[in-house]
Design a protein around this ligand. Structure first.
Ligand code: F6P
Length: 331
């Protein structure tokens, strides 16, 4: 029988637990022994693992977070750490390691493959959706939903006071979450890393839109979704710039880690289940150092070192948001 280990690494994402559950079920079916390493790659370094069984999967599909805990592991970017992890995997008799995580986790997995000669399979789990080779990553849909419903709530109070709100959304250096949160909550403006030109150009455009809307409709609320890490010095600087331009009553709001939590929505549960099952189906085959993903509803494998290629935003969505931002209220 094979020993199949799984770990969750980097930013946790809703649906990681659903994926662990799918892996355990698939292992049982194939007669494999599922092992869970704790605290991301730290677990490999400290030989910290637990045995997983169907008992540990009870009610797991609906739980946010990850029962295996997660970490960002600095030691894993150094050769000594990776060598130690490889030796520990051999000592524990692990045939295949499944890594649920994002970009940093896959870089770690690729590094590990230089020293560990068992199988390594990545499963994309991050709210950022910034992984090439898969249409979506586990956790992304839930995070859109969380951001959307938060912005819906902000809209109520923004409307009541006819205020401007700046809402910072996560996504690391990608705009998937910000764009989808903006479109689904009917935000008035979005600032995305992929389309950011300069603070001057964005500022001018935002101010034009606010004035145009207010001319047409009187005093109205205006919501700007801002992808994190884009505006130099963040929301305080943008708030100040708007104030200086005579636009007062601006409230900045950073949604933050609330976007990482909560019960996964159905799309994340389904993706997590499909990918967990698919990853286990590859155990014992020649697929190695690959990530499993889904493209047009079909499971695919992608070499791990291709997963950090750039991934474009959906162009139809970008066009729609541009229409909302620039044409509807053009003056
Ligand atoms: O990758 C997930 C993510 O939540 C990003 O959106 C964000 O930039 C980052 O992790 C935050 O990291 P931390 O939880 O370490 O503050």
């Amino acid at each position: 029988s094979k020993r199949v280990a799984v770990l969750t690494s980097g930013g946790d994402a809703p649906g990681m637990n659903a994926c662990i559950r799918a892996i355990v079920i698939a292992c049982q079916k194939s007669g494999y022994e599922p092992i869970g390493y704790l605290h991301g790659y730290n677990g490999l370094l400290n030989q910290e693992f637990v045995s997983l069984s169907l008992d540990s999967t009870h009610n797991l599909i609906q739980q946010g977070g990850t029962i295996l805990h997660s970490a960002r592991c600095k030691e894993f970017t150094e050769e000594a750490g990776v060598k130690k992890a490889a030796a520990n995997l051999v000592e524990a008799g692990i045939d295949a390691l499944l890594v649920i995580g994002g970009d940093g986790s896959f870089k770690g997995a690729t590094y590990l493959s230089d020293y560990f000669h068992g199988q390594i399979i990545g499963i994309p789990g991050t709210i950022d959706n910034d992984i090439a080779g898969t249409d979506a990553t586990i956790g992304y849909y839930t995070a859109i939903d969380t951001a959307m419903s938060s912005i819906d709530k902000v809209r109520d109070t923004a409307d009541a006071f006819e205020r401007i709100f700046l809402v910072e959304v996560m996504g690391r250096h990608a705009g998937f979450l910000a764009l989808n949160a903006a479109l689904s909550s009917a935000a008035d403006y979005v600032i995305l890393p992929e389309h950011f030109e300069s603070t001057d150009a964005e500022l001018k455009n935002i101010i034009t839109q606010i004035h145009a809307q207010r001319r047409l409709k009187g005093s109205v609320s205006f919501i700007v979704v801002v992808a994190e890490n884009v505006w130099p010095k963040g929301l305080p600087a943008l708030t100040e710039a708007l104030n200086e331009a005579g636009i007062t009553d601006v409230r900045p709001l950073t949604l933050g880690h609330v976007q990482r939590g909560g019960a996964p929505v159905s799309s994340d549960r389904l993706l997590a289940t499909t990918l967990g099952e698919f990853a286990v189906s590859l155990v014992g085959t020649s697929s190695n150092n690959v990530m499993v993903g889904e493209v047009n509803s079909h499971p695919v494998t992608v070499p791990l070192d291709k997963t950090s290629d750039s991934k474009p935003l959906n162009s139809a969505q970008v066009a729609l948001m541009k229409t909302i931002m620039n044409e509807r209220y053009d003056c």
